[in-house]
Write a protein that binds this ligand. Sequence first.
Ligand code: GLC
Length: 424
Amino acid sequence: MTDAVIARAKEILRMNDLGAYTVPTHGLYPFQWNWDSALSALGLFHIDEDRAWTEIETLFDHQWEDGMVPHIIFHKEDEGYFPGPEVYDTRRPVPTSGLTQPPVTGFAVRRLFDRATDKEMARARALALLPKIARWHDWFYRARDPHGTGLVAVIHPWETGRDNSIDWDDAFERVPTEGVGAFQRRDIQHADPAHRPTQEQYKRYIWLVQLFRGLAWDNTKLHDASPFRIVDPGFNAILLRSCMDLADLAEELGDTALSLDQRAQAEQGLDALETLWSDSRQQYLCFDRVTKALIDSPSVGGLIPAFAPIAPNRAAAIAAHIDALGKRVNYLIPSHDPDAPGYDGERYWRGPTWLIVNYMVADGLERDGHTRTAARIVEDSLKLIEVGGFSEYFDPITGTPCGGPEFTWTAAMVLEFLERGPVG
Ligand code: GLC
């Protein structure tokens, strides 16, 4: 059974491999996506170590001059996706989106390095990537934390990676839809519309893109101009984990200055993250930087911080929270609390379980000694694959596979779970 699953996972990675980058899945997502590539590289490692590094290098070949790494690289034309390069109009040599995504490459590169069998190759490639990743991290603190709070904001739901989370609903109401012309969505031609964001949400997504395009994607202006400015604890935790991992890696590779910088940034961010903790929810919450209020919404965004080196009491509380959720769902971890208003077990980030989230949370919990909870998360993830194949995401109660099929990062995470257990 396990052998067959491993073989199928590798087959999917090969199928979605276009040479120097992978697509998340053919049809629905026909380009290179940022955090998909970082996490998929960990799966590619089990097939071909050299190819794993290439995945991340390709992404950084398209880093912007200001340090930003875009969320989509439109390597070649494809009519089957909306919004395409003409909507973003970022005027890059190879078209890219103008938004970014969760910065998980610092973590991924350290993991690739630690595991490397060819240390010499890994050393050279890690050394070349280090300053680029550091530049991206610095960009975040400059462009998305212009007032020096220690926490970065996202300015579009697509940046969070949790596109239509319930967390954004109230803030998203402030985003108008006037002036958004007619457009044809392509996602609902590839996936069940009941699994996807609504039309109203799509109009707001596009309104924000139009606003940023009107500002020529100038990152010194976008943060303050956006009516949507959210501090997401999950996003920040991913950045903080990456800063710490980059610091460790730089130290090992002899770049002391870079290492000190990244560590200082991470320490400041970890302190600031504490301002998002909710005693009543026993998790972190998002913060709306426009209204200056916490968003009382029990989503997985507040549990992802287990991935970062948070305080032991916080990690223990998150483990207990997940144990409690485990009594209410069959397949951890739901992206939203199933008993909270708005939960929808099949609609994207409003309830479904995602294997990449499971991987990151299990990794942190295992590191912090919460091995029973981590093991349950891994077991549930593998059961989902048996029941529903390598889908994009799954209903946490019924296990119904949702979204796109034969998904790259789902396959990559399965390889990680099966070939090496939850931690490196
Ligand atoms: C969706 C997901 C996002 C992912 C992308 C490609 O937009 O919400 O997290 O990166 O698909 O898989």
